[in-house]
Design a protein around this ligand. Structure first.
Ligand SMILES: Nc1ncnc2c1ncn2[C@@H]1O[C@H](COP(=O)(O)OP(=O)(O)OP(=O)(O)O)[C@@H](O)[C@H]1O
Ligand SMILES: [Mg+2]
Length: 264
């Protein structure tokens, strides 16, 4: 753990029981430290353990060994300052957009809010993602991008200091995805929210993250790390981005090759 880090995974190992009675070791001795306000992107081949790691970091799953600490305290379950956003917006179809956002405040481990504060938080979160005009609509009346923004608002209403996002924009079209990426980055910067973003999209990682980590191998471990220190707007640093992208693509190819070799 470093002085400034707010979320620390220390030597985390994770295993799943297999139908054949054997145990599949997914991650071994994995360590990660997240600083306040930092955005970290996690890349890696499919099945390497990114989602599993995110669930462990979010207190939704227990590690076989190792420790996860949030704000220095061992994490034994969901934490009120931590919020997760998944690939699927997971909205309840019988609740309006506004009610879905408010529902996030009823999750276990959330502090109980007064009615006016609750109302204010929900309205502010919906305004942040620019959906105030359609707050009465139901999920079936929302586009994929709107649904994903609603899911983000549901997390934001909880005023988290750490967002854990598992491929949140992968189902969206190119333009909407770009808008969501810009929105996420500006929200994180404005509220000094830290984030860990699992993605398969290297460009998304390079545009959003301060640090890109590559997980590879079987069991999974960190096989690459890049600091992205480009000024805004990043998209204007074409040559630097292309160089970083190339390095990451090469490392990802090696990680894929070693994952295949371990299956063979
Ligand atoms: N609940 C579970 N029970 C048994 N095995 C599981 C379970 N969840 C995941 N696994 C296995 O653990 C490994 C890692 O899965 P995980 O979903 O964490 O990978 P991932 O890196 O997120 O993959 P993807 O990029 O495809 O989303 C896979 O081999 C998967 O089959
Ligand atoms: Mg996954």
């Amino acid at each position: 753990m470093t002085a400034a880090s707010i979320l620390d995974a220390e030597n985390v190992s994770l295993a799943y029981a297999q139908p054949n009675g054997q145990s599949l070791c997914v991650l071994q001795d994995f360590s990660l430290h997240l600083a306040a306000g930092e955005i970290v992107a996690l890349l890696g081949p499919s099945g390497v353990g990114k989602s599993s790691l995110l669930r462990v970091l979010g207190g939704l799953q227990h590690a076989a060994s190792g420790t996860v600490r949030a704000y220095g305290e061992v994490l034994n379950g969901p934490h009120p300052r931590l919020s997760m956003v998944f690939q699927d917006a997971c909205l309840l179809p019988w609740l309006s957009l506004e009610q879905n956002v408010a529902f996030g405040l009823d999750f276990k481990h959330q502090p109980v809010l007064s009615a006016p504060e609750r109302k204010q938080r929900v309205a502010a979160a919906i305004a942040e993602v620019d959906l105030s005009a359609v707050r009465q609509r139901y999920p079936s009346e929302l586009s994929g991008g709107m649904a994903q923004r609603t899911a983000l608002a549901r997390s934001l209403a909880r005023q988290p200091e750490i967002l854990l996002l598992d491929e949140p924009f992968s189902a969206l079209d190119e333009v909407t995805r770009g808008e969501m990426q810009a929105l996420l980055r500006s929200l994180c910067r404005r509220h000094h929210t830290a984030a860990i973003l699992v993605t398969h999209d290297i460009d998304e990682a390079l545009l959003l993250a301060d640090r890109v980590l590559l997980i590879g191998g079987s069991p999974g471990r960190q096989v690459g790390s890049w600091n992205v220190t480009l000024a805004e707007p990043r998209a204007s640093f074409v040559r630097e981005l292309a160089q970083l992208r190339l390095e990451i693509v090469e490392a990802l190819h090696s990680a894929h090759a070693s994952a295949k070799a371990s299956i063979a």
